[in-house]
Write a protein that binds this ligand. Structure first.
Ligand code: HEM
Length: 370
């Protein structure tokens, strides 16, 4: 009996390489936003809990003010990769989603609660009230959404356990256990949060809305966090790669793209190392220049792209070892629709750029102002 449900007889409306390219680009952007949320929120919670000086509070407030906006990016940049993933991997992804259906659908509620708590966290900080515990609950909720996503993204790669899971609970109320790749993969994302969160602070230190003293504090803190968690992120990446099945590791090592993009190859490790260097300059040299922040941001985006490419390789090679070839689909390209989509996609990016420029030109208030 085949492990995967039968393929949809309707052919794909666009070339597979184009769908994969759009999937990887949009997913990498989702990951940048996710890491900013997970890391920025935890840093803001810790800063508001251990207020060493008024500078901690100013930094916590600066992060909290931005986190509600970051959440909109997390969600909006999540929808496109979800759609592309469903088109490319529907037979695996729909099955795993149904199997953990109760938890999968609960993400919507958890997300709404976390979003509301982010606003509460911000307003309590602004009002000078105790806020850390509100932020901590929001962080735990966001971390549990991450855990559920890791659970589904690894379950979709294990068709061999689906039948037993369905026998155990046809209600979708049974969470899979015993996958050695799940926890390293989830912890890799969680460690990446503090790494990217540190780089985010290095970027913020270059903003003119901070005083010189605040800039030094923000750059020093962000840089040190980026250094420490850059190293943790590297080890977590190597760990997540080491627990992959032998056939997948072999395939990754011999594929031209994944070899250079991945944890066991060069690209990702070199990028994280470069970011650690940026963190060291900011953290120990207390350099708060805008150019340094921009270098950090650019490296962070490239790191997440390399990560996403490698992760895509893990998925394709794992599925291939079980008989699912993502490239083996009938394609009948509808070029007029593809063209219209690309025009709208570029126009959308233009509108986004315009929005960012409006925000950049808006009148600024100092971060320390009440
Ligand atoms: C607090 C909010 C969120 C967090 C913390 C979060 C976190 C994550 C994490 C950690 C992963 C990687 C899982 C892994 O592969 O191990 C992931 C992937 C993904 N997320 Fe999110 N996410 C959030 C919101 C959302 C929302 C609202 C959606 C859908 C609309 C979404 C859609 C996706 C999809 C589709 C993937 C995987 C795509 C693929 O592998 O092709 N996420 N997310």
């Amino acid at each position: 009996m085949p492990l995967f449900p039968a393929v949809d007889p309707i052919p794909l409306p666009a070339p597979i390489w184009l769908l994969k390219l759009l999937h990887i680009v949009t997913l990498a952007l989702h990951f940048v936003a996710v890491e900013m949320l997970l890391g920025g929120l935890l840093l803001a919670v810790l800063l508001s809990l251990f207020r060493g000086s008024p500078l901690s509070l100013v930094t916590a407030r600066a992060l909290a003010r931005r986190l509600t906006v970051v959440m909109t990016f997390v969600i909006n940049l999540a929808v496109p990769p979800l759609l592309f993933a469903q088109v490319l991997y529907g037979r695996a992804l729909y099955t795993s989603s149904v199997l953990i259906g109760v938890y999968w659908i609960s993400i919507v509620g958890i997300l709404m609660l976390a979003y509301w708590l982010l606003y509460q966290f911000q307003s309590r900080l602004e009002a000078g009230r105790s806020a850390w515990w509100v932020g901590l609950i929001a962080w735990l909720l966001a971390g549990s959404v991450a855990r559920l996503l890791s659970t589904n993204m690894t379950l979709m790669l294990r068709p061999e356990v689906w039948r037993d899971m369905y026998s155990a609970s046809a209600m979708g109320a049974y969470l899979p256990m015993g996958d050695p790749t799940l926890t390293p993969r989830w912890l890799l994302m969680m460690a990446g949060g503090l790494f990217i969160g540190g780089l985010w602070l290095v970027y913020l230190a270059g903003r003119s809305t901070f005083t010189a003293e605040e800039k030094r504090f923000v750059a020093g803190l962000g840089g040190k966090v980026a250094v420490a968690f850059g190293l943790v992120y590297m080890f977590a990446g190597l760990w997540a790669a080491s627990v992959q099945p032998g056939a997948v590791k072999l395939g990754l090592a011999h594929h031209w793209l994944y070899r250079y993009a991945g944890f066991a190859g060069d690209g990702w490790l070199i990028l994280v190392a470069a970011a650690v260097l940026v963190g060291a300059v900011a953290g120990f040299g207390k350099v708060s220049a805008a150019w340094l922040g921009w270098i950090g941001v650019s490296i962070a985006v490239l790191t997440e792209i390399a990560f996403t490419v490698y992760r895509d390789g893990v998925r394709d090679l794992t599925l291939l070892s079980k008989g699912y070839d993502v490239w083996d689909r009938a394609v009948v390209t509808n070029w007029s629709v593809v063209g219209l989509f690309l025009v709208l996609f570029v126009a959308g990016l233009g509108v986004l750029g315009w929005l960012v420029s409006v925000v950049a030109r808006a009148q600024k208030t100092m971060e320390g102002a009440a």
